[in-house]
Design a protein around this ligand. Sequence first.
Ligand SMILES: NC(=O)C1=CN([C@@H]2O[C@H](COP(=O)(O)OP(=O)(O)OC[C@H]3O[C@@H](n4cnc5c(N)ncnc54)[C@H](O)[C@@H]3O)[C@@H](O)[C@H]2O)C=CC1
Ligand SMILES: O=C(CO)COP(=O)(O)O
Length: 338
Amino acid sequence: MRVGIVGSGSWGTALAIVLADNAHQVEIWARRSEQADEINRNHTNEEYLPGIQLPDTIKASSKLEQVVEGKEMILFVVPSHSIRQVARQVSGYIPQEALIIHAIKGLELETHKRISEILLEELPVPLHERIAVLSGPSHAEEVSKRSPTTVVVASNSIKTAEEAQDALINQHFRVYTNPDVVGLEIGGALKNIIALGAGISDGLQFGDNAKAALMTRGLAEISRLGVYMGANPLTFSGLAGVGDLIVTCTSKHSRNWRAGNMLGQGHSLQEVLSVMGMVVEGVKTTKASYELSFQCGIEMPITQQLYQVLFENKEPRKAVEDLMGRLKTHEMEEVAHN
Ligand SMILES: NC(=O)C1=CN([C@@H]2O[C@H](COP(=O)(O)OP(=O)(O)OC[C@H]3O[C@@H](n4cnc5c(N)ncnc54)[C@H](O)[C@@H]3O)[C@@H](O)[C@H]2O)C=CC1
Ligand SMILES: O=C(CO)COP(=O)(O)O
């Protein structure tokens, strides 16, 4: 297939490798022309995937419309805060039959919308059945080295999900399908909040019990909001739920964990973001989810404490004390009240 990848950060570039390995013809959009030149000339993307040699067949361009024009498959892999503007810009240039996959893990800050909801608003109606989301435990650094990785694609159309699966699956990159778009998007976005918390906990040197607690209770509140929004609870015990939560809370590759770790060591949010150089989706997602939790009347204690740490200068240690000091409760409220 002729494939256009919109976004040449670490994840867009790693997915370009997967697709080039599968003999697709890949063109990738780089915001800066020097980055496009580097990919075309040296077959590297040193800023985002240092030390990785890209297949020679991957082409790059800094002309956004050109990257989607005439393509049979388009992947959107830009940070969540830029997807609406980027989708709007290319909307008129995408062929009507194209398969659309997004691999973005975030929510729109201003509207709290999921990425596929934004795509439905920005792309023409004939493309709506063609939209799929890709999620799961998949750090770009490892995918680009062809380490075994499993992911999941969801779409409202099973045919679309299966086409995405066929295009991406290979010996190193195993792709499952799932019909639950909401579950995939909520799991993928909100695990970044918990990864920030896990990083803080590690920065405070709280140990493994604390991290296991954050991951487990984090998954409980992610599921609570997700189910309220229409997700299938089973999705959260799958790759896009607990799978991605584990990898993001425990891997040195995670930007969210690393940012949290620095916060736990006493750095300010401004300091942390200025040294990261890559998108830390969990920061904006914490704010969007915090607001959503009040809007929907869903209890999300970890998200609420993290919001106060990130945006109200609360001491991380005090946030942990407040979490531990909450009123006693049942582990599974839903079960206890039946
Ligand atoms: N890096 C990873 O391992 C994975 C990342 N993701 C998700 O993929 C999405 C993209 O992440 P990465 O590639 O890691 O990010 P990155 O920080 O490595 O790269 C972001 C890319 O988007 C471009 N960009 C930044 N601001 C932009 C704007 N305002 N308009 C247009 N383009 C802009 C940058 O130039 C860069 O090419 C995120 O939602 C992330 O959560 C999902 C799975 C794995
Ligand atoms: O989503 C990811 C792995 O599945 C990447 O997480 P980070 O954005 O924290 O690096």
